[in-house]
Write a protein that binds this ligand. Sequence first.
Ligand SMILES: Nc1ncnc2c1ncn2[C@@H]1O[C@H](COP(=O)(O)OP(=O)(O)OP(=O)(O)O)[C@@H](O)[C@H]1O
Ligand SMILES: [Mg+2]
Length: 464
Amino acid sequence: MQDDALSLRHQLVNWLFTPLFLLLLFSTVTGYMAAVSLSNKPYDLVLLERAKLLASRYVMNLENGAAQSIAPIFSEDARAFRYSVHAANGRKLASNGLLPSPRPVDFNQKQPQLRDTQFKGEKLRLVTLPVIRPNGKTILVQAAEPVQARLVLGRSILGNIVIPQLIFIVIAGIAVWIGLKRGFEPLDRLRRAVATRPRNDLRPLDETRAPGEVRPLIQEVNALIARLQAMMDTQRRFIADAAHQLRTPFAGLKAQAELAKREQVSEPVRDALERICVSSQRCSHLVTQLLTLARNEPEARRSAMMELLDLNRISQAIAAHWAPDALQKNIDIGFEAAEIPCPVKGDEASLRDLIDNLIDNAIRYTPSGGKITVRVGYDSVDHGSTWLEVEDNGPGIPLDQRERVFERFHRIPGNNQPGSGLGLAIVQEVIMRHGAQVEIDDGQEGGSLFRIRFPHQGQSDVRP
Ligand SMILES: Nc1ncnc2c1ncn2[C@@H]1O[C@H](COP(=O)(O)OP(=O)(O)OP(=O)(O)O)[C@@H](O)[C@H]1O
Ligand SMILES: [Mg+2]
């Protein structure tokens, strides 16, 4: 997985979306606060008017000598509207009992004061109003209403400001998300193109549809691929050349050892010469396999022609060619031909290398007295395709080795036959070149069954 801190998408989301979100949040909060404080103004004015009305009623009643009853004038919302009247010395003159006593500072004010206060767990908006009676004495009128009663307006502000803002944030988020997704589409496409490449495909990446910012990167990667390709070519040529150069000396060595063996020599010298023969034989085999592998690598075969061939004909000839070797080991090799031509679009020399190695393995690893069957067939279902099977009744290949045996130089541990471990690597190269597929199965009588399926090919135009 990619590191989140390095992800471009995360960087963009962080740097675009976080400030956008904070800005919107800020504007929502300040908008809400401004609206609430604006909506407080008319409420406050009404509250102040009521306090003044109360004060003038109270003073009028006092002058008329009937101060007791001022409440009825506000009876319609007695619970919401609270009041109290205090003399300058703090004595309570009238009240509906729902307000705190005034603070000492309130008696020093000359102007009406508005403030928020708390009384018995309830938040109140309170006005204190100093009133000077005709006789020169001051009384203090307090009037208040619960803040709760004002929230109706607040809620409608909430609905009208905050909810549209939230919708706006969500829409902005979706827009940013879609924008990023679309912006990253070319990069995703590039990633998929690289990820789905066959492992030996070293063609340059397509830069034509990449965004301008990414193009220089692709060009650099392509230059890197080209250098890699050149390096691999050099390496392959080196191995091929080295193998080629080694062929003659190894053949010479073997011939000389064979010659020397014919002379009258002591037993230990004969043994040594025998071992030299076997070793030089192995070396020649390794060199041949190396050459075959180099010949079948994709870089080497870029120019080779792919033609329409009949696999039936080719495999029959190869099976016949191996018959003497099989006979020598007392192995029965059979060929089951298809009744119709088996078309394969391919390179005949490569296909020969493939079948050679499969049959060579079958003969080498099947004990004497065993049986090998080579089969070729054509399935007309699914647009038609040709298959080849090489089955033996030898020791078989354990499940956990069935992928590894195709690796270069990998041999199953405990295998006591000589070999270089390159045969199935050659098979693998040929298969990939032909777009074919290989699987290893259990043979019908134990042993192993190599099954190769070539890509779709119609029956027409097969060379007879
Ligand atoms: N038909 C088979 N039956 C049992 N084991 C097999 C068979 N074919 C291949 N193997 C196992 O897979 C290993 C790899 O085979 P591969 O042909 O690549 O190498 P090799 O035969 O050891 O050497 P080379 O073919 O280069 O001489 C072999 O060493 C052998 O252990
Ligand atoms: Mg082999």
